[in-house]
Write a protein that binds this ligand. Structure first.
Ligand SMILES: Nc1ncnc2c1ncn2[C@@H]1O[C@H](COP(=O)(O)OP(=O)(O)OP(=O)(O)O)[C@@H](O)[C@H]1O
Length: 370
């Protein structure tokens, strides 16, 4: 099978020129009432997480990369091969792409053993049964499942089934590995263990990896770079530190647990919609984001003396447990979340409708341009 037909890199991933992305895609997909329009590039060995709320278009992007949905416009190149380019009449079908997919519910064949599930990929791509099974055995060994090779999927735990699905996706030697919510089907405990294993296995993959997830923890643990999609568009991308330090949408701010506002800055003062002004540690001019963590919000029963900055009268909208703290949703001149201990909540006698004073130190308040 030629590299072109097989949709392969056309040269070993190890020889791929440094600095040139292995996957380079401008994906435009039309659905009734929805358009996905995103540009993605992933380098060899890099793990990118596509993160976003429900209906953002993550699965649509993954399906387009796998060839399960054709592009409406744009271009998808993997290695040296163009897999989809409607304007040029090019489309490589899924079975001829060097792409491995781990679906959310794994889609293992229930009547086949773990070994034959993994052997399916190489066999479907033309390997003999013997070669495919040898390849499958090698992959099961890599994910430490050799003793379970003869088991059927229903005899495997969720974490084991996930690893069989990963071995099956890797057994075709993919240049692009796609994972759709790989840990969503697992309970919390198995999830932690499987996440750690998956991290280890993904490090060993020389090709490009794209992971679709709702779960910020999966993204932070597994990925080198985050791409955040909302309503079919990329709203922010970068490594975890950059994204969490400077969220650019409310979704991202919630994800990283920050209060976030848009306003106009004049030096250290940022005026928010409605006219409330806050003082930030940073100096910015023009349109700006203002962000502070809920843990930086102190609540007082009366107006605190001697600290007129960043203090406002607020009304308690709701109180929710948050780990071993309480998260207090506040209404008032700005909506904000505060995180306090159960002891201080009891002292303040917090109930929905309670009146309190909120205070945030300028040193804990960040401002940055948008
Ligand atoms: N088979 C389909 N036919 C038509 N529209 C679809 C289909 N599947 C998804 N959509 C629409 O495409 C948009 C993006 O959906 P998609 O499943 O890609 O989002 P997502 O980010 O993966 O969401 P989730 O996290 O809920 O899986 C949504 O508006 C959805 O209603």
């Amino acid at each position: 099978m030629s590299a072109r037909r097989s949709g392969g890199a056309g040269r070993a991933v190890g020889e791929w020129p440094a600095g040139r992305p292995l996957l380079s895609a401008h994906l435009v997909v039309d659905r009734p009432g929805f358009r996905l329009d995103v540009t993605l590039s992933v380098s060899p060995g890099e793990v990118v997480a596509l993160l976003g709320p429900n209906g953002a278009g993550k699965t649509t992007a993954l399906r387009a990369l796998a060839g399960l949905l054709p592009l409406y416009a744009g271009r998808l190149r993997l290695g040296e091969v163009v897999l989809d380019e409607p304007a040029a009449g090019l489309f490589v079908p899924p079975e001829h792409r060097r792409v491995g997919v781990v679906f959310q519910d794994y889609l293992l064949f229930p009547h086949l053993s773990a070994l034959d599930n993994v052997a399916f990929g190489p066999q479907a791509r033309g390997a003999s049964r013997r070669v495919a099974r040898a390849e499958a055995a090698r992959w099961l060994e890599r994910v430490e499942l050799t003793p379970l090779a003869r088991q059927r999927p229903r005899q495997l735990s969720g974490g084991q089934a996930q690893r069989v699905a990963l071995a099956r996706a890797m057994a075709v030697g993919p240049d692009l590995l796609l994972l759709d919510e790989p840990l969503a089907a697992l309970d919390a405990r198995t999830r932690m263990e499987t996440r750690a294993r998956l991290h280890h296995d993904l490090r060993a993959h020389e090709g490009a990896t794209l992971l679709v997830t709702h779960d910020p923890l999966d993204a932070l643990v597994l990925a080198d770079r985050l791409v955040i999609v909302e309503d079919g568009r990329i709203v922010q991308e970068g490594d975890a530190a950059a994204v969490t330090a400077r969220p650019r949408t409310e979704y991202v701010a919630r994800l990283v647990g920050l209060n976030l506002y848009r306003g106009r800055a004049d030096g250290h003062a940022v005026t928010l919609p409605g006219g409330f002004t806050m003082v930030a540690d940073d100096e910015v001019h023009g349109d700006a984001f203002l962000a502070f963590p809920p843990s930086a919000v102190a609540l007082h029963p009366r107006q605190p003396a001697g600290s007129p900055r960043n203090t406002w009268a607020a009304t308690v909208v709701g109180v929710l447990p948050h780990g071993d703290h309480l998260r207090v949703e506040l209404g008032g001149p700005i909506r904000a979340a505060a995180e306090i201990t159960p002891a201080s909540a009891a002292q303040l006698g917090l109930l929905p409708g309670s009146e309190v004073w909120a205070a945030v130190k300028a040193t804990e308040t960040r401002a940055y341009e948008y």
